[in-house]
Design a protein around this ligand. Sequence first.
Ligand SMILES: O=C(O)CCC(=O)C(=O)O
Length: 293
Amino acid sequence: MDDGLPRREPGLLSADDVAQYRRDGYVVLRGAIGMGMVEACRDALSGLASGRIASRDTLIMMETGYKLEDIAPEKREFYVRKYMDFVEEAPALKAAAMNRRLHAAIDQIMGTGRVLFQEMALVKPPRIGADKPWHQDCSYFRITDPGLVVGVWIALDPALRQNGCMEVIPGSHLRGAAPHVHENDFNRCRIVDSFVHAERAVPVEMQPGDALIFQSLLHHFTAANNSDLTRRAIQFHYHQTGAVWGTVEDHRRLFHDAAGRYAGCTVPHADRPSSYVYRAGLPRPVVPMDEIA
Ligand SMILES: O=C(O)CCC(=O)C(=O)O
């Protein structure tokens, strides 16, 4: 019967899933994007690495010890560690970031109205893919309320224990911001060891198209890839409309050591200042899109 009330798209997450996000800090949405989209995203990344797809903005970082210019274009993707800032370069990558089904699920957790402020593709090439140490993503973002930030990590290959799937510590987001320290590389910033309960880690194995939706204070890690299996993923960060970007001092109030000194990951090393700034100034409103492939 038509009662004239607006109809809501059926929820993709159950009440238990939403409760899991609140309690554990993460939930997996299986089959968030379809296989056609997975293949289109893989092809776009491969095209960006080889130069087949023209890039205006994308930053490509290689695994340690490898240089883009030393490797033949068609082989480059097998040495890439990370792509950043790519949604405008390929329609499939934008359609993944704005996927209607994914955002209907995030609406259930966060409410409506959000912007995309960071995109990355994270690759662990077979045998050479390095680990990513334990960290909280909001240690990289100077947003004053981490509860308004949500991360989404979408597998493009099977992500398994042996090729470095995501590992999380359920409930760690409820313990607040933990102090981090930089290693010798600006991209390697980790939670101070004594704050990590690694014995409680849960590996989250996923199939291509599955999405891990996680709170920005969740402790997470990925191991090195010592297998022959590649492991590609795309990761997006969104914040709800109205979230405030603060100063280093605002961030220090969250991320500090016992002496009160800044212990987040946003301050470049004095000896090697980073020119990269997360795209806090370029938030793009989420406008849900249908899949294109
Ligand atoms: O995909 C990975 O290996 C790690 C991703 C991650 O946690 C990050 O870059 O923040």
